[in-house]
Design a protein. Structure first.
Ligand code: SAM
Ligand code: SF4
Ligand code: SF4
Length: 348
């Protein structure tokens, strides 16, 4: 294994700009497409994202060269981790070429979040291009629930195959993300825990969030992560683990019998805005400082008008230093109804 094969240690103290709450810029999420081959009911419900939905035209998408140029500037301002997402990032043609370009940026931990449906085909090329890790979303391990949630007839086996091939290619240990929704897939909590116990992979249960404006979110459909942990603990005793780095989003728990680890992401019941260091770049080059943003800052126009690096850097600094976001700390049923940007566009 060469030095580039392993993600660099990204726990160095940040040196770049701070926002109005003193938060540094550390993580960049890049959405590479707003399209997806799934129609997860909590993210891209088919009634809204149907046949007539107007996805971005190709000319509006940032090119790989444009993305890499911006990413390089962000890295110079303190970004240590880059995650490719979407929509479904593996639908973007030649995505491994973008990975190869981003992998040349110094000291970057480079990862990708995918629904896993195309991973078995792509994992080896992604690894060869320089990707360090993948996170795979999987909301249930029984066919009926999984297909009801992805609403696109994709079988569980396809995702499990993707996880296996990615792990064999050296993209593991794999984080498996599961969004838990009350009354929809609560049984998947123990099913998933049981399935991945004893493997190096880490299931992370995510509280159902009011992202976008089309998933019909209700507070009573959120399963609080405290309850989630209690349910697993009742069958497989757990002990809490210390965070691996400041601002880690998932709370980590180890099985007391040594069978591995699970995590919970409590975005609703225990907001982590105070340490949020994430910036999001949309498919068409808008910059967003919060997952629940209602507007962003257009970088593409400046980029295509020939802006030099200093101009773009000043724009980025202005955006970050003015940042005030703390949506999850102030969420109510009313704010949930606001017209927020859709997650498939802003990048989950
Ligand atoms: N398509 C890829 C996937 O599903 O992994 C990447 C993009 S997806 C928007 C990124 C993550 O956001 C997934 O793990 C998904 O489960 C999560 N997500 C989407 N909508 C959500 C919601 N309403 N609440 C919580 N998590 C959500
Ligand atoms: Fe697609 Fe991911 Fe959203 Fe599901 S969660 S619809 S796979 S973007
Ligand atoms: Fe960060 Fe916004 Fe989420 Fe708070 S609500 S943790 S500021 S993305």
């Amino acid at each position: 294994m060469s030095a580039q094969d392993t993600p660099p240690n990204t726990s160095a103290a940040p040196t770049g700009p701070r926002d109005t709450r003193g938060r540094p810029l550390r993580d960049l999420r890049i959405s590479v497409t707003d399209r997806c081959n799934f129609r997860c009911t909590y993210c891209m419900p088919r009634e809204v994202f149907g046949k007539d939905y107007a996805f971005l035209p190709h000319r509006d998408l940032l090119s790989f060269e444009e993305i890499t140029r911006l990413a390089g500037l962000f890295v110079a301002e303190g970004v240590q981790k880059i995650r490719l997402t979407g929509g479904e990032p593996l639908l973007r043609r030649d995505i491994d070429r973008l990975v190869a370009q981003l992998a040349t940026l110094p000291g970057i931990d480079l990862s990708l979040t995918t629904n896993g449906s195309l991973l078995a085909k792509r994992a080896v090329a992604l690894k060869a291009a320089g990707l360090h890790r993948v996170t795979v979303s999987l909301d249930a391990i029984d066919e009926a629930t999984f297909q009801k949630m992805n609403d696109a007839d994709y079988p569980v086996a396809r995702v499990l195959e993707g996880i296996a091939v990615a792990a064999a290619a050296g993209l593991g240990p794999i984080k498996v993300n599961a969004v838990i929704q009350r009354g929809v897939n609560e049984h998947a909590i123990l099913d998933l825990a049981r399935h991945f116990r004893g493997t190096p992979h880490i299931v992370r249960f995510i509280e159902f969030m009011d992202v976008g404006a089309s998933n019909g979110w209700r507070l009573d459909e959120v399963v609080p992560s405290r309850e989630l942990v209690d349910r697993i603990h009742a069958e497989f005793p757990l002990r809490s683990l210390q965070p691996q780095y400041a601002g880690e989003v998932a709370q980590r728990w180890a099985y007391e019998d040594g069978a591995g680890e699970v995590g919970v992401i409590s975005s609703v019941t225990q907001a982590f805005c105070s340490s949020c260091s994430r910036l999001r770049l949309s498919t068409d080059g808008q910059l967003f400082t919060c997952l629940f943003a209602q507007s962003g800052t257009d970088l593409r126009t400046a980029l295509r008008a020939g802006a030099d690096d200093n101009t773009l850097r000043d724009l980025l600094r202005t955006v970050w230093t003015a940042r005030t976001d703390r949506y999850s700390e102030i969420r109510t049923e009313d704010t949930a109804r606001q017209q927020k940007i859709e997650m498939s566009y802003i990048g989950g």
